[in-house]
Design a binder for this molecule. Structure first.
Ligand SMILES: Cc1cc2nc3c(=O)[nH]c(=O)nc-3n(C[C@H](O)[C@H](O)[C@H](O)COP(=O)(O)OP(=O)(O)OC[C@H]3O[C@@H](n4cnc5c(N)ncnc54)[C@H](O)[C@@H]3O)c2cc1C
Length: 226
């Protein structure tokens, strides 16, 4: 079975009329995949990619894993289909009190909870702190929400993006892995929280780099997707 990443898509779920879904930025939900033939029903977790204050709407972004059980179901959905979800779940939310600087580090769909948290911070809380979005992808065209993040940075002088592409085609920006960019841009750990989301290997490498720079365990928080 070929299990390779094909592409990523953004989905928007509308809530049934009159229903309320309360959650905290950074949380995830379980999508209930119904039984099909001899295959029993099961569930898979997906981070909520929109903030709580975008009313009546839940955004998700899904990476297509060819041969992946949930992926096959999710990518077969058509506009107007109904799905069942369970949640909100998880404790990957902002740790209080906020420090003077927050660095969000992600790769691929690991950006999802950070889109939610960053939108919440910039549009609702508006804290007087530095907010950095360090986002790694393999190819130029993989960078989810690029224009949106750039527009947020234009409007908010305290919000900064660092996009990096490890196998660039036309990309002329950063090309290093995210862990190397922690070393380059954020060597000083004072009053900083680092949040990391994505696959385990990347998370472990970022934690290792940050720890070597002097970041303490209680300054680093992460959510593993695999
Ligand atoms: C808290 C949490 C939040 C998550 N949020 C998201 C999200 O917002 N978007 C999203 O796309 N996924 C997210 N995931 C991963 C998601 O739950 C599924 O694991 C993923 O969609 C694959 O499910 P599947 O049933 O299609 O594949 P499966 O049939 O379960 O597995 C196929 C294979 O692909 C591997 N795999 C799973 N995810 C990846 C990946 N990202 N890259 C490479 N290989 C992978 C698995 O280890 C397995 O070997 C999240 C996981 C967790 C724990």
């Amino acid at each position: 079975m070929d299990i390779g990443i094909q592409e990523t898509r953004h989905f928007e779920l509308a809530l049934p009329a009159g229903s309320v879904f309360q959650f905290e930025a950074g949380q995830f939900l379980n999508i209930m995949v119904p039984a099909a033939g001899a295959n029993p029903a099961f569930k898979r977790p997906y981070s909520i990619a929109s903030p709580p204050h975008w009313a009546n709407r839940i955004d998700l972004c899904w990476k297509r894993i060819h041969g992946g059980k949930a992926t096959e179901y999710l990518w077969g959905l058509k506009q107007g289909d109904t799905i069942k979800v369970q949640g909100p779940l998880g404790r990957f939310v902002l740790k209080r009190p906020l420090p003077k600087r927050i660095i969000f580090v992600s790769t691929g769909t690991g950006i999802a909870p950070f889109r939610s948290i960053i939108a919440w911070l910039l549009e609702q809380e508006k804290p007087a702190i530095e907010i950095h979005n360090l986002f790694g992808n393999r190819y130029d065209e993989d960078i989810l929400y690029l224009e949106e993040f750039e527009s947020w940075a234009k409007k908010n002088p305290n919000f900064h993006n660092i996009f990096t592409v490890s196998r660039p085609k036309k990309w002329t920006g950063e090309k290093e892995y995210v862990q190397n960019l922690i070393k380059k841009y954020f060597p000083q750990p004072d009053s900083t929280h680092i949040y990391i989301c994505g696959l385990t290997k990347m998370i472990e490498e970022v934690v290792q780099t940050a720890t070597a720079l002097g970041y303490a365990k209680d300054q680093i928080f992460y959510e593993k997707y695999d």
